[in-house]
Write a protein that binds this ligand. Structure first.
Ligand code: GLN
Length: 429
């Protein structure tokens, strides 16, 4: 736990009058002002929001996020702001809040600002943002991960009490792992994505990034409208995917060792299972993801604007996407592999209660390593399979390697978020 209150702790202080939402909000705004991490693309009318919430609290309002500053990724709409998606091509002013913003506001959150991100959520290091890269708060020469790097870095640096990210192939979990915070990619479809720019709607999922598992659970409950229980983790059967093993190195192997230690202490047992098609998850993700994102981008700007204003990574993916769109047989094949991945992971989850792996194949890499691109291409190998299968996946800080964290990824059956949180909490003890 960081040197910052939990969301419920802060809410208690605000409701009992120890501190006002306005005081907290001004404090956060001054921290953002003083920070050179580049976590935010824009700030919102937070002081005014806080003032109104303080008034409501005086009249008896007790929302679950009463007065708490929360950040949102800049691919989600906020009425009166420009949602940039980390790109120079978008400049329209939003007429309506995204559904998730409505839900946060209904519980009294102060939406502090919109976080930096890889352009159109395409990237793993935040270096494709048109607004410049975000620095990792734990080591400024390292990337924060991506594409929700601004959200993860802002939470890690104490520039908000929680943040929303979006995850298509790992964009919540991988930055959470790199920045030492908790990140949930919920079950596909469990949080309404209305008002978020789609990258690939068959995999996109909004989710929370927080300092601790309880905060993550609280935000998930608010966003999904679900009430979660507290299942017992004793004696669960934990699955390890054998195909993942060849991708472990000495650092990530430590994640497995530590996870075994933590989980066997509560009587869990381990079983190694095979899901051969995860080897094709990256190719499947590229074909299906880029086809959908190319299609989505056709509607943005005119051709001249796209040539002039889109960054290299986006242009490259549009080219790949347009190519596969004109070769339906490639898409058909990728869909068949997707079905196999869903089947194999489903079968694995019938033989165990939960699957664990490292969240990412390394700790956060240095900006200088970004150019080799190897790190970017490989950084989602453990997260893409559960994205393709629509399964919920939680990343919790697990080990520290040379001062930098690596998370453990906990994947469950659809709608098993309660179990993910219960297990995740064991890693905080
Ligand atoms: N890093 C992955 C990519 O570049 C994931 C992106 C995402 O989840 N939005 O496509």
């Amino acid at each position: 736990m960081k040197n910052i209150d939990s969301i419920s702790g802060l809410r208690q202080q605000i409701l009992s009058g120890v501190v006002s939402s306005k005081e907290i909000t001004l404090d956060i705004l001054s921290k953002i002002e003083a920070s050179d991490l580049n976590c935010f693309i824009s700030l919102l009318d937070a002081e005014e929001q806080a003032r109104l919430i303080d008034e409501k609290i005086k009249c008896g309002f007790t929302g679950r996020l009463a007065g708490v500053p929360i950040a949102i990724k800049d691919n989600m709409r906020y009425k009166g702001s420009v949602t940039t998606c980390g790109s120079k091509i978008l400049s329209g002013i939003d007429c309506e809040d995204a559904e998730v913003v409505k839900r946060l506001k209904a519980e009294g959150a102060v939406i502090i600002g919109k976080t930096n991100m890889d352009e159109f959520a395409m990237g793993s290091s935040n270096t494709t943002s048109a607004f410049g890269p975000v620095k990792n708060p734990l080591n400024n020469s390292c990337v924060p991960g991506g594409s929700s790097g601004g959200s993860a870095a802002a939470v890690s640096a104490g520039l908000c009490y929680g943040a929303l990210g979006s995850d298509t192939g790992g964009s919540i979990r991988q930055p959470a792992s790199y920045c030492g915070v908790v990140g949930l990619k919920p079950t596909l479809g469990s949080i309404d994505g209305t008002g978020m720019y789609a990258l690939s709607q068959d995999m996109d999922q909004i989710g929370p990034i927080t300092n601790c598992v309880d905060d993550c659970k609280l935000l998930f409950e608010v966003l999904s409208g679900r009430k979660l229980g507290e299942p017992n983790c004793h004696g669960l059967k934990i699955g390890l995917i054998s195909e993942f093993e060849s991708w472990y190195d000495t650092d990530t192997y430590k994640v497995i060792e530590r996870a075994k230690e933590v989980l066997s202490a509560v009587g869990c047992t381990f079983v190694t299972l095979s899901a051969p098609s995860v080897n094709a998850a990256f190719a499947t993700y590229c074909v299906l993801g880029n086809a959908q994102s190319a299609n989505n981008l056709r509607g943005i700007g005119n051709e001249g604007e796209r040539t002039q204003k889109l960054g290299k990574e986006v242009k490259k993916r549009v080219l790949i996407g347009e190519y596969v769109l004109s070769h339906p047989e490639i898409i058909e094949k990728a869909k068949r592999v997707k079905s196999r991945i869903i089947r194999e992971l489903g079968a694995a989850l019938e033989q165990c209660d939960i699957i664990i792996s490292p969240t990412a194949p390394s700790k956060a890499f240095e900006f200088s390593a970004d150019r080799s691109r190897k790190e970017i291409v490989y950084s989602d190998i453990f997260t893409q399979p559960s994205s393709i299968a629509g399964l919920p996946a939680l990343s919790v800080p697990c080990v520290n390697v040379g001062g930098m964290p690596i998370g453990v990824q906990i994947v469950g059956r659809k709608n098993a978020e309660d179990l993910l949180f219960a297990l995740g909490k064991l890693f905080e003890a």
